[in-house]
Design a protein around this ligand. Structure first.
Ligand SMILES: N[C@@H](CCC(=O)N[C@@H](CS)C(=O)NCC(=O)O)C(=O)O
Length: 220
């Protein structure tokens, strides 16, 4: 088997799941960056959905970040899923639960009015409430063992931190379990490695081009 190649977009949270897992497993891989807003023809040819991440393994194409995650977990050591079938299934459900939270951070970034920004913050708070309730164990999602569930939540925490740092918007406010979890996840080397160079600047530039409310508010 040759080196797997990940097709990425610099600020995509779904790609970040794959990168963290590859880093945690110490896999030797290549990474190619494309602009998902102006994708090259070769990408559209290989990608059935036109979305990243895509993982190329020899001549095969994998898409959907959860599927890529499960493949990497099966093929490479160390293993991060819990062994027990029911716990593992529950973890998978909670891993999927975070996907709309990524969308929430994107919506907030692009919101043009205070009403929209407040609405998206509230939607994320409502959704993360169930995560806060289930995340009773420490230090990690399942207790002592760092797992796939921790990895899949990481891109959300990276973006929550971005809003806190630049706009003083604390989406996790009042959720002590989540804050504790976020701090631990963000301190992980693999998570820091998965954040592309200049991440904050890229995000801020996109907000500027878009005329985002949070940036206007900051400049008042
Ligand atoms: N369900 C997909 C979502 C991936 C996704 O939405 N990727 C975005 C970038 S973050 C994308 O490629 N968008 C391009 C498009 O929708 O055309 C996954 O989990 O991999």
């Amino acid at each position: 088997m040759s080196k797997p190649k990940l097709i990425s977009f610099n600020v995509c949270p779904f790609v970040q799941r794959s990168v963290i897992l590859l880093e945690e497993k110490g896999v030797d891989y290549d990474i190619d960056f494309i602009d998902v807003y102006d994708p090259p023809a070769w990408f559209l040819e290989i990608s059935p959905t036109g979305k990243v991440p895509v993982l190329q393994v020899d001549d095969e194409i994998l898409f959907e970040s959860n599927v890529i995650g499960e493949y990497l977990e099966e093929v490479y050591d160390p293993k991060f899923h819990p062994a027990d079938a029911l716990t593992k299934a529950k973890n998978r459900a909670w891993m999927e639960y975070t996907s709309p939270l990524y969308g929430g951070t994107f919506n907030l970034m692009m919101a043009k009015t205070k009403e929209d920004a407040d609405k998206y913050i509230q939607q994320m708070r409502d959704r993360q409430e169930s995560l806060n309730e289930i995340k009773q164990k420490r230090p990690w999602f399942n207790g002592d063992d760092f797992s796939m569930a921790d990895i899949f939540a990481a891109p959300y925490f990276v973006r929550v931190e971005f809003f806190k740092k630049h706009f003083n918007v604390d989406i996790l406010e009042g959720n002590a379990n989540l804050q504790d979890w976020s701090d631990r996840v963000l301190a992980r080397n693999s998570v820091q490695e998965s954040i592309v160079e200049g991440f904050d600047g890229i995000m801020l530039d996109r907000m500027k081009e878009n005329g985002s409310y949070l940036l206007d508010k900051q400049n008042v």
